[in-house]
Structures are given as structure tokens and as C-alpha cells.
Design a protein around this ligand. Sequence first.
Ligand code: MSP
Length: 526
Amino acid sequence: MKTRFYITTPIYYPSGNAHIGHAYCTTICDILARNKRLRGFETRFLTGTDEHGQKIKEHAAKAGKEPQPYVDEIVASFQKLWRLMEISNDDFIRTTEPRHIKVVQTMFSNMLKKGDIYLGTYKGWYCTECEAFWTDIQAGPEHLCPDCHRPVHEASEESYFFKCSKYVDELLKAYKDNPKLCFPASRMHEMVNTFIKPGLQDLSVSRTSNDWGVTVLENPKHTVYVWLDALANYLSALGYGSEKEELYKKFWEDEKTEIIHIIGADISRFHCIYWPMFLMSAGLRLPDRVFVHGLLKIKDEKMSKSKGNVVSPYPLVEKYGVDAVRYYLAREVTFGRDGEFTPEQFVERLNVDLANQLGNLLNRTVSMINKYFNGEIPAYKAGVTKFDTEIENMILGTIKQYEIHFDDLQITEGVTDAMNLVARANKYIDETAPWVLAKENELDELAAVMSHLANVLYVAAILLSPVLVHKANEILDQLNVPTSLRNYQSIQKVGVIEKFKVNKGAQLFPRLDVKAEIEYIKGLMK
Ligand code: MSP
């Protein structure tokens, strides 16, 4: 049983401002990290930026800047976005930091010493955009990059190579031993069938044509290939190889830690093939999971800076609030599958789930407690109405299901569990018709309904707190839940919410005017 977690996002290229696709991946990782912390697990959450390489240098030149000041500016905008999205990362690694560069050089030197890297000449098809060399077969007759479909060009240069062949069998065995090393399974099949079975060529791991990167100490005209450089971030951020290795020992070396890399499908080859091989070469433990999530698309196209079809998260957060945007990302796009950003679905999610279901449940509950019980949540009594046992079982069942889903990285499903509980409670109001109970003076039943509703809201707020970082507390404020009960431990027992004086607050999520808001969001996408 793993009791500690190391969760990482890909480190992003600072070659343009971050869009909602980047926010998607980082927000989901944040929700996962907050979920683990909520449940009492020691958790380290890392994100950062991948700042070297020809492509960045070209972008900087186009902007009339030197690479370092150019990336500094963009990195600041990424960091600003993460603050806006309430991302709770414990560290932010930049590949231009000395602490990172040292690790890359050490790893490279060790690979050389071990004979896993040799000097040769590279001839192949190079995609500047993806910083990747491709073989004849991969580039195909039209000479296009198999990843981004842009034209590739023939390139030849002296290069160091990493001996992939040496580690292929070990990698296939690792896949067999741990199917989560590349998950979902379809991604692992893709790795095996598209890349490994046709014959994995040795990987070119240095460049002489690009100087914006980490210098190879043994041969300074070479710069370390950006992917070897970038992947090492997961270790360098833990202080691997430095005098202060405590974090590395705790969050990587120790088997009690579950190492989880979350990545987009576009970079699975690097994380599921080369990264495990580099780690094998270094004699280090492999990650427990590499989870490949889907892409957020617009009109069926991958959202990307180079295509210019991006949505900025800023105006969305400004207008609808950070919690609404976080919720949309977690709930609408099933984690692991591709999803499309549409203004219609965005507005519908906010209206249906957040305003109608969650907001309404709170509003109705607090209003009825005010009206029928002078604002005090009645004492909790079980089994008074014929629905009470079902509600109690559902509360406990939801918590279990939520844990299973989150542990399995089925994040959308975990969030849905909490929302199903909310929906069931709204139905419970209709089934028990408290206004009729009040009229008929059935006070025992009325009290039971109110306390059950308050308890459902309490549990739902705690379960949703990794997503709704502000609104969960607003729910708890309206129910007047003391700080001592605002934790995961306390929701394990049903019925702890009673006798608190409720505070009617503002509407949790205002209902949106569908037509007007869709128009507004469409305007942002132009
Ligand atoms: N720098 C490399 C990663 C190195 S990790 C050692 C890179 N950077 S990137 O900025 O181009 O993209 C990184 C990740 O951003 C993708 O893998 C994916 O997780 C996320 N996304 C970028 N565009 C996205 C969407 N349109 N939708 C969802 N996620 C997106 O590749």
C-alpha cells in the first residue's frame, strides 16, 4: 500500500502564453494532489517549464529577444496563471535553473561512463517543432512529422546516441509487470506496436546545431537533447544527486511513494519508452504510473498555440470564478479521453450542476432550516423517513466509491460520485415534500429531512473541496460547520452535522443567462 504520492505535470514549453489545454492538465493534477492531501497522505506536487531547445530559441529570435529574458517573461505568465487557477504545487522547476542543469549533466556523464551513450552520426528526418528525429518509415513518403503532421527536413550531424536496444527487453518486461507504466492500455499497445515492434532505433541525445541547452561536459560543442534534459526535471526537482537528497529519498527512492506522471497523449512516447530506459540506465526505480490524458479540442482540432485556436482561461475565471472553471475541466472532459471545449457545454455544466443541483440544494436546505427550525439544524436522527437508510448508505457508499475512483485516477468519475449524492438529496426533498410535513405538523420527519440534507451537503462539500477550493468552504460556512469538522476524517461518521445555527449566504453559483453567456464565450474564441 502506497502512503505517499509524487504527482507531476509535464513541464510546459514557454513558447507562447498558456491556454486552457495547459490549464486542463495542471488543474486535474492539482485536484488529484488536493484529494490525496485531504485524505491525509503526504503528497508532493510538481509542475514547471521546459525552456531549452531550438524551437524556444527561434521563438525568442522572432520576438527580438535573447532566449533567457524571453522565457523569463513567459514563465512568469504561466506562474501567474497557476496562481489564478489556485494550483497548489509544492515546487516549480525550470530547466534553466542550475539545480536542474547539474542533474542533466550528471545523468549524461553516467550514461557515457556506463557505455549506454556513444558518439555517431545522425541522419534522419527532423521536425523542428517537435524537436524529434524520425525514420524514413515514420516520416512516410510525404515526409511529414507523425506527431504534428508538419513537413520534416533531412538532417545529418554528429551526435551522441543512447543505446535503446540494450533496454528494450527490460522495458517490455516492465510493461508486463506493471500495466500502469503506460496507461490506458491502448497507449501501451501503441508504444509496442508503433514504436517498439518495428525496431526501436538508438536515440540521438545530443545536438551540435543548437546551443540553447545543457552543455555536454565531456564534449562542449554538444548540447543535451531537449527530451533527455526535460525528463530529468522529475528528478532534479527532488534534489537528486545533490547534497540535499532528502526529497529524492522520500518521494522517489522510497517504495512507499507512488510516483505518478500525468501527461498528454502527444508526449507518451517520451514518457513511456525513453524515460523508463533512462531510469534503467541510471539504475533508478521506474514511476508507478504514467497516465496519458486526452486532449481538449476546439471543433475537433487539438487546441494549440501554433494553430492559433486557443481559449485563454483568464476571462473565463474572471467572469465565472475559478471554481466553476475547475469544475468544468474536471467534470466535462472525462479524464483519459479527448474532449471538446464548447461554450454551450460550459454554460450548461455551470447551470445544471453548479447552480441547479449544488447551489439549489444549499439554498433550499438553509432556507427551510431557517423557516421551520429557526435557523438551527435539528438533531440527527436515523431511520425516521422511509428514505433515510438509503441516504445514509449512499453517503457512506459515495465516500468509498470516490476513494476508489480517485485512487484509480478516474477523476471525472470521482467528482461525479459527489455530484450524484447531491442530485439524490434534491430528489429526497421532492420525495419527502418538507412543505407538506410542515403543514401536517410532522415535526419528527421534518427534522430528519433537514438534518439528512445538511449532512449530505457537508459530505459533498468536503468531497468536492479539491475542486471547489472556495465554494466548498462557503457551503460549510452557511452550515456553520466548525473548523474541527472540516476534514476527511470527520465525514466517515454519518450525522455529525446537527444543532449548528445556519447562516444564509449569497447564492453559491448564480444561474447564467444561457444565450448571453454563450455569445460572450464565443467572442473569446475568435
Ligand atoms: N515540454 C514538453 C513536455 C516535457 S515533460 C518532461 C511539452 N510541452 S507542451 O507545453 O507542448 O505540452 C505539455 C502538455 O500540455 C501536454 O502533454 C498536455 O498534457 C498539455 N496540453 C497541451 N495542449 C493541450 C490540449 N489542447 N488539451 C489538453 N492538454 C494539453 O510537450
